[in-house]
Ligand binder design. Structure first.
Ligand SMILES: Cc1cc2nc3c(=O)[nH]c(=O)nc-3n(C[C@H](O)[C@H](O)[C@H](O)COP(=O)(O)OP(=O)(O)OC[C@H]3O[C@@H](n4cnc5c(N)ncnc54)[C@H](O)[C@@H]3O)c2cc1C
Length: 370
């Protein structure tokens, strides 16, 4: 497509800040740049019709780590690192709520639960044993116990007697959250263009040449918020991790309320509008799920359906309404990468499985690098 003089003049000339990716991080980066530079021209480029990674595909858990995830993280990270991660997720959630408002994101503080499959003695026993220690670790942050031993009241089957309840966890409406973010960005005169695939760039020292589709333009600063698509940009420090999801048709008198973690967070489900949204199963095929292709596979979808039937809705008829997948950005370390790549090029990537929580804060940190 040939761009007109007007298009070139208004959208692609004298651009101060160009952000690649219109997910949670990209849009928060743009908003923070607007806060700092009220008169600047800010352009967000997104390769999809809608964001094509995770921000409009996720489960909408406003969470900061289940008990077993935190215990697991302590095996590969120091206590200080784990506390810092939880703190960042928690602060990110507060920032998201402050920026958009609880009504706009439909925040529901139902709390979160961790369930343990009947045959998973190891995780169950470890969680019960380490619960007091983890509560002590997090007390300076939450000024209270975070995790409580609880007996299931939802009628789940094939799980251990106790579940772990976290009253600080909540759920949001992901679609509402992203629409509210986009609306705010438009209100603040941030230009957002979809179906613009940034294929390469060159930092000349004083500015950056950006190649997008069949066109090249110049920007003073270029900021990548491309998360699961940042493998090349970070020399493999970020890897794509596909996550598959399904959602049921509405279920009359559904009594399940909250966010639920199962099998060390590899599975997660929640209620939304009388439906159950259920995702996970990446552990069934780590290699196959290390991909940016937005497909579903039989092995994972079948397992999700099986767990729905045997654990979550054992006595309720249900039908699957939709299935989809999204792409996360993961790596050897759980903390995001926020850094400069050259004089005028920066990135904020590797949100892991909790970018709803941490994304707003990372957007702010990325914008504050310039
Ligand atoms: C199924 C699923 C469930 C999840 N559940 C939760 C949850 O319950 N709670 C939670 O906290 N987190 C959850 N997450 C993780 C969370 O959604 C992500 O961490 C977060 O959305 C990442 O935001 P982001 O802005 O960094 O990346 P993204 O939302 O992936 O945005 C990156 C964008 O960059 C664009 N892009 C990439 N390359 C280019 C290019 N070259 N040119 C132009 N555009 C480009 C992509 O199209 C994409 O839209 C889940 C993720 C998935 C997939």
């Amino acid at each position: 497509m040939q761009l007109s003089y007007w298009e070139i003049k208004n959208w692609f000339t004298d651009v101060d800040y160009t952000i690649v990716g219109s997910g949670i991080v990209g849009l928060h980066t743009a908003l923070q740049l607007r806060e700092r530079f009220p008169q600047s021209k800010i352009l967000v480029l997104e390769k999809g019709v809608l964001p094509e990674g995770a921000s409009t595909k996720n489960a909408g858990f406003a969470c900061f780590g289940s008990l077993s995830e935190i215990i697991d993280d302590l095996k590969s990270h120091t206590e200080e690192e784990v506390i810092q991660l939880v703190q960042k997720r928690w602060s990110g959630l507060q920032l998201l709520r402050k920026n958009l408002g609880d009504a706009a994101i439909d925040l529901k503080p139902h709390g979160g639960y961790e369930l343990f499959l009947q045959n998973d003695d190891t995780t169950y026993n470890e969680c019960l044993q380490k619960l007091p220690f983890i509560n002590d670790l997090l007390r300076p942050l939450f000024r209270n116990d975070v995790f409580f031993k609880n007996i299931d009241r939802f009628g789940f089957q094939n799980i251990k007697e106790y579940t772990i309840f976290n009253p600080f966890e909540a759920q949001i409406d992901t679609g509402n959250m992203m629409q509210a973010l986009l609306k705010l960005a438009y209100q603040k005169s941030i230009l957002i263009l979809n179906q613009q695939n940034v294929t390469s760039y060159a930092d000349t020292g004083s500015e950056v040449e950006v190649h997008v589709n069949n066109f090249t333009f110049k920007t003073k600063k270029l900021l990548f918020a491309t998360n699961g698509f940042a493998s090349e940009l970070t020399q493999g420090e970020v890897k794509p991790a596909r996550a598959q999801v399904l959602i049921t048709e509405p279920i009359p008198n559904l009594d399940i309320k909250g966010t639920f973690h199962l099998d060390k967070g590899y599975y997660y489900f929640r209620n939304i509008n009388d439906r159950i949204l259920f995702g996970g199963g990446r552990n069934l095929d780590f290699e196959g799920e290390t991909t940016t292709s937005l497909n579903q596979t039989e092995i994972i979808q079948n397992k999700l359906e099986e767990l729905l039937k045997t654990v979550i809705l054992p006595t309720t008829e249900f039908k699957i309404a939709y299935r989809w997948s999204g792409i996360m950005g993961v790596g050897a370390h759980k903390s995001p990468i926020v850094k400069s790549l050259s004089n005028n090029v920066f990135c904020g990537v590797r949100m892991g499985g909790m970018g709803v929580a941490i994304g707003s804060l990372i957007g702010q940190e990325l914008a504050d690098l310039v």
